[in-house]
Design a protein around this ligand. Sequence first.
Ligand code: TXA
Ligand code: MG
Length: 328
Amino acid sequence: MSQFLSNCSVDALATAAQSLKGGSLVAFPTETVYGLGADATNASAVARIYEVKGRPADHPLIVHIADLKYLEQWISDISEYAIALAREFWPGPMTLILHRSKLAKDFITGGQDTVGIRIPDNSLALGLLEAFHKLGGAGVAAPSANRFGQVSPTTANAVQEELGDYLSDTDLVLDGGQSVIGVESTIIDCTGELPRILRPGAISIEMIKEITGLEVSESTEMNSDDFKQEDIRVSGSLENHYAPKAKVFLDQIPVEGSGFIALESINTPDGVMRLAAPTSVEEYARVLYSALREGDHQNLDSIYITQPTGDGLAIAIRDRLSRSAKGR
Ligand code: TXA
Ligand code: MG
């Protein structure tokens, strides 16, 4: 059992940073989803992340830092468009894949020559990271704080539910309330001439085009049969991810006794349990994962979901939902 910190004062964050430095795991809120953090330079601490998540060890992790000044030590070179993206969207829901430096060891990158970096936009996360840097830490590796393949947690309670049995009593869970965005960061591969979106998120293709002035490619074919081996490295791109226990059906008429998620403007059909009625696409993203969890708490066999239409965040929502619907 880990300790649960809900009153995260500066002192509490300093203590949590010391735990990280000592090799323990600290789960913390970000604006996207909660992360399970470890010192990104400590091989045995990072090994515990894989153990606690039940995640294959060749899947790379994102390194979280508090400020652009900590970026250089992690990377070997960076293109102008990547610098433009970093300046514009960090802190924020964006992960950049960059050429790694020697500091980014194989146990972080899954043996690849690249490293994923993010500056999260959440005051608790930034406070923790800043306190960790003060202790001489270089960065915090943090995947979403769920068991491999399951729905990412957007509250500290959901972290406890996912990982409580696997964390030890020196590990910590920081409670920062609900994540405001609710789906994971946009991952942008910045190692080529043009930016390439590996995972859609709140930073949209239009926003990337506007800042870089470049064409942006999307790995939307990750859903198709010609799914490439290299893409498996982006574990969030595996087809059977983000799956609750209930079976998920998309854009179909719900059967009685099932759960139902749709925008508020869509009426609840007779005999189904409404799990969420968001009034906007932003709210849809924010409540989606907790609504899927609620379906499992209610022991529902099936959840019917009417997907949001349109661009931007709706693309990220449909990406996750299409994987949820593939099941476990
Ligand atoms: O919003 C987020 O990104 C959250 C919060 C906690 O920051 N983190 C997150 O981490 O979603 P994770 O590990 O659940 O998903 C990160 C994805 C993984 O699928 C991983 O394979 C991919 O990023 N990734 C990390 N480093 C990579 C690299 N060098 N090349 C390609 N993919 C990479
Ligand atoms: Mg994840």
